[in-house]
Ligand binder design. Structure first.
Ligand SMILES: NC(=O)c1ccc[n+]([C@@H]2O[C@H](COP(=O)([O-])OP(=O)(O)OC[C@H]3O[C@@H](n4cnc5c(N)ncnc54)[C@H](O)[C@@H]3O)[C@@H](O)[C@H]2O)c1
Length: 281
């Protein structure tokens, strides 16, 4: 595997491109928004500089990584020579299905198509292609250059060969692959989101305040960040959306987003990205 296309140059896409380029892959970074591509390249350079400052890489590695990345606006142009395509566009199923359809149309027959989705069914995305056995989930964590986990999701049509190839690639880039079956929220969000929802319910019921709830989980459970602070980092709209997908997918009201979360989202208090969520930034 030499050539990797990353579709979507946002938060996750630029992190994935960064890590792949640093490990010697030729990366085609694709986004239909020119400004997003420019911002992605600036972010990648800034994050490579940060790694130099921390003595993780040297200047030569930075230059090589940057030279390994080429930007494209068109999927048709960006995927033709790829061995692997990683889709990291916005979490909207109709957009992802269309990207999968196009990637399938323009990529070589042996190319694997992966999605970085947090919650959308890999089996359903696979059905938008004529190569469902070569479709897989590669769920990277944010920030990608720092976090070790890649949750690998096997859709119901996926082949063992595809999983083995992606597990090996994940190890090559210094990450730890954890393979799971396709189910709503996979494993990471199925466990994380109900915890966040419960923390918000405890706050809503006045059992304690934000800082105390977070301190209990940090100091008592050795979590690096409390659930309310983590929700602010993830984005309260994203948490709300994933909980709704869990509720619908499992047909179980225990995943229903609690009232305070719904109210914060309606008020535009989405966490760090809007300057206020459970905390002010
Ligand atoms: N942000 C996180 O913490 C996180 C963590 C794990 C997984 N994810 C998943 O990663 C994916 C991307 O999330 P993000 O936070 O990077 O989003 P983002 O909004 O930062 O970036 C999405 C990018 O996709 C581009 N895009 C949208 N439609 C497109 C199209 N039709 N063609 C080409 N480009 C298009 C946008 O221009 C944007 O640059 C989502 O599926 C999300 O669920 C996000």
């Amino acid at each position: 595997m030499k050539n990797i296309s990353v579709i979507g140059a946002g938060t996750m896409g630029n992190g994935i491109a960064h890590v792949m380029a640093l490990h010697g892959f030729h990366v085609h970074l694709i986004d239909n928004n020119e400004a997003a591509l420019q911002k992605a390249m600036q972010n990648i350079e800034k994050n490579l500089d940060r790694q130099i400052q921390k003595n993780i890489i040297n200047v030569d590695q930075k230059e090589k990584a940057l030279a390994n990345i080429q930007c494209f606006k068109e999927i048709a142009m960006g995927v033709t020579a790829s061995d692997l395509i990683i889709e990291a566009v916005s979490e909207i199923e109709s957009i992802k299905r269309e990207i999968f359809r196009m990637a399938d149309q323009y990529a070589a027959p042996n190319c694997i198509i992966a999605s970085n989705t947090s919650s959308i069914s890999i089996s359903q995305l696979a059905e938008a292609t004529k190569r469902p056995e070569k479709v897989i989930g590669m769920h990277f964590m944010n920030p990608v250059p720092v976090m070790k986990l890649v949750e690998i999701i096997e859709g119901k049509h996926g082949s063992r060969e595809t999983t083995d190839t992606i597990v090996k690639l994940t190890q090559t880039i210094g990450k730890t692959p954890c393979v799971v079956k396709d189910a709503p929220g996979f494993i990471s969000n199925r466990i994380l989101m109900p915890m966040i929802n419960e923390a918000i319910l405890a706050l809503q019921e006045g059992i304690s305040d934000e800082k105390t709830i977070d301190d209990i989980m940090k100091l008592g459970m050795a979590h690096p960040m409390g659930p309310l602070q983590l929700a602010d980092y993830i984005g309260l709209d994203v948490c709300h959306n994933i909980l709704s997908i869990l509720e619908e997918g499992f047909q179980n009201a225990k995943y229903h987003p609690v009232q305070m979360l719904t109210e914060k989202v309606a008020a535009g208090k989405l966490g760090i990205k809007t300057g206020e969520g459970f905390y002010k930034y």
